[in-house]
Design a protein around this ligand. Structure first.
Ligand SMILES: NC(=O)c1ccc[n+]([C@@H]2O[C@H](COP(=O)([O-])OP(=O)(O)OC[C@H]3O[C@@H](n4cnc5c(N)ncnc54)[C@H](O)[C@@H]3O)[C@@H](O)[C@H]2O)c1
Length: 370
């Protein structure tokens, strides 16, 4: 069942109602930075109980116990799955550790939501989908930008025919200087890549969603590493990153062709020599076009080119609120069997795009997808 383009506001309201039904017993696997944002959102969900935490770092587990009151904490997700038997797991480990706990959790009969990107490559994604299908449980990917009011506005415009056929989308996820100095974001073997898989994924997932999820068939692109692998004395947002273990790209540019003839261009960088950070996409259709930020539609009406902006748009677009929406959608899917906005199949399509750009960069030519 495909999800209708509902407003996120209705998703938020439900959590505020008094709840008397069954609670979803959820375990968190990977209790680091982003798990804290999940936990802050989940504490307002009356129908969720956090029953366990899993992390290899004891300091993270101490926070689970002391800050979030989680009593059962583990260093091994397999042991947690056996001892706790949660209804659902929420995977917030580095990218290289998304597929293994997801598959184990599905095999143990738990619903799964995993942080973005879904995994390291399309093969891992497919195995996750197969395991979830076999268990009959849900598999969701943490693509919160599908709940952003600007994305919802543009989905409605596409559904209303404002754009006609979408021909071209340009996505940009560019930081002037934002190489992460925590976690393992510079380590290709643990993350699968750099800015393309880490932040490009967000612009791709929302643009692909707004386009109506066409099938990617070919990719070209290039990647460059010129800054992250060296020490730097330039003042920046997150200084002193670990340049000695940095094996990912600083800049990636890709182009994706879809089976309906549309083209998507993506630029992603942790460190681009540009005026300022960009987080946006622009769309061109044969009847109309759009910008994601600020949200606007460009079309022709009554013999005139018109630029239209929404008269009102939900202001709820901050980081924790978007996480609340994506978690609300997942929890409802688990408890009430409602549709997921970002099921495993959506994660796989986005992963094929990411993987295509990386493969094309390595091959030095356009590569086929699938
Ligand atoms: N949706 C978003 O906007 C968003 C934002 C940031 C990060 N993320 C994603 O979340 C994931 C984690 O990122 P982060 O910033 O929280 O990183 P982080 O390094 O802060 O947290 C990762 C945690 O996983 C733990 N871990 C490592 N190996 C483990 C294992 N074998 N078992 C259990 N725990 C293990 C680490 O000890 C750490 O606490 C990444 O996939 C990242 O892409 C998503």
């Amino acid at each position: 069942m495909a999800e209708k383009s509902v407003s996120s506001d209705s998703l938020a309201m439900e959590s505020k109602q008094e709840y008397k039904g069954k609670k979803l017993r959820m375990a968190i696997i990977g209790c680091g930075g982003i798990a804290q944002v999940h936990l802050a959102a989940l504490q307002n969900f009356p129908d969720v109980e956090i029953v366990a935490g899993v992390d290899t770092d004891p300091a993270r587990l101490k926070v689970m116990e002391e800050k979030w009151g989680v009593k059962q904490n583990f260093s091994d997700w397999k042991k947690m799955l056996k001892d706790v038997q949660p209804d659902a797991v929420n995977i917030c480990t580095p990218n290289g550790l998304h597929s293994a706990p997801a598959i184990d959790a599905s095999n143990a009969g738990a619903h799964v939501i995993t942080e973005k990107p879904m995994a390291m490559n399309p093969k891992e994604c497919q195995r996750m989908i197969d395991a979830a299908k076999k268990s009959g449980k849900k598999l969701a990917v943490g693509f919160q930008y599908r709940y952003h009011p600007n994305s919802e506005f543009l989905v409605r415009q596409r559904e209303a025919g404002t754009f006609g056929n979408v021909m071209f989308v340009k996505c940009q996820a560019l930081r002037r200087r934002g190489i992460p100095n925590w976690g393992v974001f510079g380590r290709k073997e643990l993350q699968g890549g750099g800015p393309m898989i880490d932040i490009g994924v967000h612009c791709i997932e929302m643009a692909h969603y707004v386009m109506g999820s066409p099938k990617p068939v070919a990719a070209s692109g290039n990647t460059w590493t010129y800054m992250g692998n060296k020490p730097s004395d330039v003042a920046s947002m997150w200084p002193n990153w670990d340049y000695k273990t940095y094996t990912v790209e600083d800049l990636a540019i890709g182009q994706i062709r879809f089976d309906n003839g549309a083209l998507l261009h993506i630029e992603a960088s942790f460190a681009a020599h540009i005026e300022k950070d960009v987080w946006n996409f622009n769309l061109m259709g044969d009847k109309g076009g759009a910008n994601w930020d600020p949200p606007a539609v460009f079309t022709d009406r009554a013999g005139t080119m018109v630029n239209e902006t929404p008269g009102w748009i939900s202001p709820k677009s901050d980081f924790p609120t978007l996480f609340g929406y994506k978690l609300r959608n997942f929890v409802d899917a688990c408890l009430k069997n409602t549709p997921l906005r970002a099921p495993g199949e959506a994660g796989l399509a986005v992963q094929k795009i990411l993987d295509g750009v990386y493969r094309a960069a390595e091959a030095g030519k356009e590569v086929k997808i699938d």
